[in-house]
Design a protein around this ligand. Structure first.
Ligand SMILES: [Fe+2]
Length: 178
């Protein structure tokens, strides 16, 4: 990315991310034409999501086995998503989870903010092929870029316990489009 025109915190910093225990790797996507066409649609119905999950889920079987993820789904956000602004306001607040947050970005882009123990934040821009495992307890937040769309596979060990626990850390909104 072009760090010359980005705010200081918007630096892809692999050492920082690794230092707080976040696993970030590239798993490049090479979708066959049918899957690529689905991913290009702004929104997907239940059947479309299921098709994507079935196709892409095979690429993360190793993670399911290694970390005990028992279920997965596809989250789709786009400008027409009902309540998108309200949802982004929640996602943008620093929080933790009792379980891992696992995302495999398939289309679109987003910004993850990660906080270390000293309260310093680094923002990681993610796009297609980025795979992230944020361990339980690691403080983070998320927003979309100006593109305002993303499709990401989510992996869960236990969906029932997967809720945000807000840390109440004062933090200015991550700038969309930066
Ligand atoms: Fe989260």
């Amino acid at each position: 990315m072009d760090t010359m025109t980005s705010p200081a915190s918007h630096v892809c910093d692999a050492d920082f991310v690794a230092g707080i225990g976040v696993h970030w790797e590239r798993r490049p996507l090479t979708p066959e034409p049918g899957l690529a066409a689905l991913l290009q649609q702004p929104d997907l119905d239940h059947g479309g999501k299921a098709t994507v999950v079935q196709a892409v889920g095979t690429m993360v079987v190793d993670e399911c086995v290694a970390h005990g993820y028992h279920s997965m789904d596809l989250v789709v956000l786009h400008p027409g998503t009902p309540g998108l602004d309200e949802a982004l306001e929640r996602f943008d607040k620093p929080h933790t989870h009792a379980d891992d947050e696992v995302r495999y970005i398939l289309e679109g882009e987003g910004l993850f903010g990660f906080f270390n123990a000293q309260g310093q934040e680094r923002v990681l821009r993610v796009g297609p092929g980025d795979y992230l495992r944020i361990p339980a307890g690691v403080e983070h937040r998320f927003t979309l870029t100006a593109v305002r769309r993303i499709k990401a596979l989510r992996l869960f060990a236990d969906t029932a316990g997967w809720v945000a626990q807000y840390t109440q850390r004062p933090a200015a909104a991550m700038a969309a489009g930066s």
